[in-house]
Design a binder for this molecule. Structure first.
Ligand code: 6GU
Length: 219
């Protein structure tokens, strides 16, 4: 899967993407990242990418022309890619979105807005708009990283041998459930690992884990 990121701050991505599982995902060729600097599409000698909003108001907006030309170039590289816009006004991003984006397997073009936003006309070139939660961030780079991480870990070969079939069996959304886990030492400052986990009784361990499973993410 080719993931192209359009950003004014492309230097923020490699630290996260070139570590741990996302590094491995690139190493096994499950994913490839391409960073596109929106500044390269700026207008005039100062490579301007932003301007004041019509109708007045605070701050600057990303202009539609540099954004659209950056998207068009990315589409030349990957004509079937889906264009994703992280925005607080998007639909709320869920595990089911990560699953379907991973399973569809098309390339992605992710636009990372900055400043006070973007000229709304860019949405004519966008396939999906997502918000990652009910709070306001300063830009789309961190939401893009969140989405990329959640998608790439589901790609075949990334999490140690899962196939796309296994993706289908992943727990969805509100049903994502986890139990508490422990590793050595058995006792730390008076806090002991639950006895049953040391017992070697697999049926009892499973029963204990089931009893401790809890629903996360309930919104
Ligand atoms: Cl996708 N962008 C920004 N700027 N803020 C957000 C967000 C996205 N999702 C939640 N807050």
């Amino acid at each position: 899967m080719l993931i192209q990121l359009i950003s004014l701050f492309p230097e923020v991505f490699p630290g996260v993407f070139n570590s741990s599982m996302l590094f491995k995902a690139q190493d096994v060729k499950a994913v490839e990242f391409k960073y596109i600097n929106l500044r390269d599409y700026g207008k005039g000698p100062r490579q301007q990418v932003d301007d004041t909003p019509y109708g007045g108001g605070d701050g600057m907006l990303l202009m539609v022309d540099p954004l659209v030309r950056a998207i068009e170039d990315a589409k030349k590289t990957d004509p079937k890619a889906l264009v994703i816009l992280p925005t607080p006004r998007g639909s709320s991003y869920k595990q089911s979105d990560a699953k379907s984006l991973a399973a569809e397997g098309n390339g992605l073009i992710i636009i990372c807005p900055r400043y006070e936003g973007y000229d709304e006309r860019v949405t004519n070139w966008v396939d999906r708009q997502y918000s990652i939660g009910n709070y306001v961030l300063t830009g789309g780079e961190i939401p893009a990283m969140v989405m990329v991480d959640s998608i790439v870990r589901l790609l075949p070969g990334v999490l140690g041998g899962e196939t796309s079939a296994a993706i289908e069996s992943f727990q969805d959304d509100d049903k994502t459930i986890e139990y508490p886990q422990y590793t050595r030492p058995e006792s730390f400052r008076g806090l002991d690992v639950p006895e049953v986990l040391l017992s070697g009784h697999h049926a009892q361990i499973e029963a204990w884990r089931s009893s401790k499973r809890r629903i996360k993410n309930k919104t």
